[in-house]
Design a protein around this ligand. Structure first.
Ligand code: FAD
Length: 405
């Protein structure tokens, strides 16, 4: 087989990059060691968030919201998106200061936001949020969510098929081949050798392994993340907004007639698939309900329904980078190798715009936004494995206070 672009990993980031490369007229194959969307992407909460820690990520987040809201128009495949808006809540001096700073900078970067009263916040949620009265709240009307993460994967797969992308499931890439000058020449699986000048490493929690196959060091540390969905509870309208409570690092949204709750552990669990048996996948990530029960108890005063009976508990791995920013762009020491990773918990929601910008760059065009700050090369040779895990877990634990990073 010979293609112009081979993408390793059929998660949200790989599929989006593949789709956009094909839309730029390139022949593209995507390979996955399992079923497309079965790993981190299939576990996502589906939240899109326009408030981000810097201008590039703000652009990518907002562009992504635009792309999913109009998916059917540009990709030709329908996609249901809940245009819910979201609330950011802060209690306590430090988090109130942080929220005020985020509000000011996000407004500067063009995000539609407004400070509202706790009572208005409660009204917007249809009552699932019970105001304390002295908290600060910001309303973000732009934010959206996708009810089931598989819907975005299916939409990508449908659009990719229409654009001529070949997706090969259950076909792990076992080698990345290079010329004697170290330039990418192809990828190998048990079934075939695929000749290509461009390989995109979008292997999620396995991004380091795939990078290593090509002789590259990718600065991504996988860290566990979990969420739960309650049984249906009265008083949670499907149209209610997402609520993010900064001081508890907890997010909530309507889900299947109940509530979804997820959050960021202060003592995160790093999991390195390289140290696991070869068959390791997301189902093998150890889950801990106690972490989520404690979070539900922490927010019970504001959101009593968070403590309803649990219908689903799921989890998977974030790929954290040392500075909390994506890893997206070419790997200079291996010409032809590109990385689409370092999701830092936002890979699902930023995948539409990251794929679009990377594809422009890969195909010789100018990306809509300068991605150089996200270069995978920014950590090459400067970090030990231990420092990578230490910084990645720090970023995870501080997900909602990036301004202090
Ligand atoms: C519980 C949970 C909730 C989350 N909520 C959100 C959210 O609300 N919003 C948000 O933006 N993000 C969220 N995330 C993060 C989001 O899921 C990830 O950022 C995103 O899915 C990453 O996509 P990916 O394509 O990099 O990885 P993945 O979806 O993991 O895809 C990588 C793929 O690479 C394949 N692969 C690995 N090695 C090989 C190989 N050698 N050969 C071939 N294929 C290979 C894997 O099988 C996998 O399918 C959440 C994550 C979790 C776990």
């Amino acid at each position: 087989m010979k293609v112009e672009v081979a993408v390793v990993g059929a998660g949200a980031l790989g599929l989006s990059t593949a789709l956009h490369c094909a839309r730029q007229g390139r022949s593209v194959v995507v390979l996955d060691r399992r079923t497309p969307g079965s790993q981190a992407s299939g576990r996502a909460a589906g939240l899109f968030k326009s408030v981000q820690g810097d201008e590039v990520r703000t652009f990518l987040a907002r562009r992504s919201i635009d792309l999913v809201r109009h998916f059917g128009e540009w990709a030709g495949v329908p996609l249901d998106v809940a245009a819910s808006g979201s609330l950011l809540v802060a209690r306590g001096g430090g988090h109130k200061k942080l929220l005020a700073a985020e509000l000011a900078q996000s407004l500067r970067w063009g995000v539609d936001l407004a400070a509202i009263s706790p009572a208005e916040a409660a009204e917007r949620t249809g009552g699932y949020y019970r105001p304390a009265g002295d908290e600060d709240v910001v309303w973000c009307p732009e934010d959206v969510y996708i009810e089931e993460p598989g819907a975005l994967i299916d939409a990508y797969l449908g659009a990719a098929a229409r654009a001529g992308v070949q997706v090969l499931a259950d076909e792990p890439v076992t080698a990345v081949t290079t010329s004697s000058a170290g330039v990418i020449t192809g990828v190998r699986t048990a079934a075939r050798h695929i000749e290509t000048a461009v390989v995109v490493d979008a292997a999620g929690a396995w991004v380091r392994q795939v990078g290593e196959l090509a002789g590259a060091w990718v600065a991504a540390a996988p860290v566990r993340h979990q969420l739960l969905v309650t049984e249906p509870v009265p008083g949670v309208p499907a149209s209610a907004p997402i609520t993010r409570i900064l001081d508890c690092a907890v997010y909530l949204r309507p889900a299947r007639g109940g509530l979804m709750l997820g959050g960021f552990e202060s003592a995160p669990l790093p999991v390195d698939p390289r140290a696991q048996p070869p068959a390791f996948d997301t189902d093998d990530v150890p889950l801990d309900r106690g972490v989520l029960d404690a979070m539900a108890a922490q927010v019970a005063g504001l959101v009593p329904a968070a403590q309803a009976e649990v219908a689903e508990h799921r989890g998977g791995l974030f790929t954290m980078s040392p500075d909390g920013r994506f890893l997206a762009g070419p790997v200079p020491e291996v010409p032809g190798l590109w990385v689409a990773s370092g999701c830092n918990g936002s890979g699902f929601s930023s995948s539409p715009a990251i794929g679009e910008a990377l594809a422009r760059w890969i195909t010789g065009g100018r990306p809509e936004v300068d991605l150089s700050a996200l270069s995978p090369a920014r950590f090459t040779g400067v970090l030990t494995d231990e420092a990578l895990v230490e910084r990645g877990t720090w970023q995870y634990a501080h997900y909602y206070d990036p301004l202090t990073a």
